[in-house]
Design a protein around this ligand. Structure first.
Ligand SMILES: NC(=O)c1ccc[n+]([C@@H]2O[C@H](COP(=O)([O-])OP(=O)(O)OC[C@H]3O[C@@H](n4cnc5c(N)ncnc54)[C@H](OP(=O)(O)O)[C@@H]3O)[C@@H](O)[C@H]2O)c1
Length: 187
């Protein structure tokens, strides 16, 4: 996910208006849309919490489109939510069992979209092989943390760093003690 420097992925009320920053880091690289597209192709399925899904639906309603293409998108929820496309499937229950028994045998690269609740649970339950963390050049003081309710240390290995002209720094960590070979799950 992308977060403010103080570690928040959204304001407390879910707003992400602060993501439009206007920084310029002269030595940074330009985000190449072809590279982004090629990377997105490597993702086999998405998993997201219901609040992230609701944000995605509201973006779509405002005309920004559906961010997850035609890839299978699994939404975690205990509620009845609108299902706007065939690629969306709802799940309620134990996350580790869902990922290990249902998703891993079928999908190589499982992308946890977020938000903070799901991301925290994913790390807490030892389900993530990698963490991709983009820091935006802004502090917002309060909000929804990247990892909610993380109750233990998780040792990481810094595998990749990229700084962009926009002032965003993209970090890729491998979760230590996990296999790094495919199949993998990222958050
Ligand atoms: N900055 C970024 O890159 C980024 C990325 C993603 C999201 N976000 C933002 O993050 C915010 C949402 O994050 P969040 O932490 O509030 O919520 P979230 O993680 O998106 O969703 C949490 C909800 O998912 C459901 N859930 C989670 N685990 C479940 C399970 N095992 N079984 C059934 N249901 C389960 C529960 O809702 P129910 O009540 O439906 O059961 C839970 O309250 C949004 O504002 C979104 O825009 C930001």
């Amino acid at each position: 996910m992308a977060a403010s420097l103080d570690g928040f992925i959204a304001r407390k009320d879910g707003r992400v208006d602060w993501m439009e920053t206007s920084d310029e880091f002269v030595a940074g690289q330009t985000m190449d849309s072809e590279v982004v597209e090629a990377f997105l192709k490597t993702i086999d399925c998405y998993v997201m919490g219901s609040r992230t899904y609701e944000t995605a639906l509201s973006f779509e309603a405002k005309g920004f489109g559906w961010a997850y293409g035609d890839k299978p998108s699994f939404v975690l929820t205990r509620r009845e939510l609108p299902r706007t496309r065939d690629t969306v499937e709802f799940y309620s229950g134990d996350l580790a069992q869902f990922v290990n028994a249902r998703l891993r045998p079928k999908f190589r690269s499982i992308w946890f979209v977020g938000g903070g609740a799901v991301s925290g649970e994913c790390l807490r339950r030892g389900l993530a092989d990698e963490v991709r963390y983009s820091i935006l050049p802004i502090l917002i003081g309060d909000g929804i943390p990247f990892f909610e309710k993380l109750d233990r240390d998780v040792a990481l290995h810094l595998a990749e760093v990229r700084a962009y002209k926009s002032g965003t720094v993209e970090l890729r960590y491998e979760v230590r003690g996990k296999r790094t070979a495919q199949p993998n799950a990222s958050t």
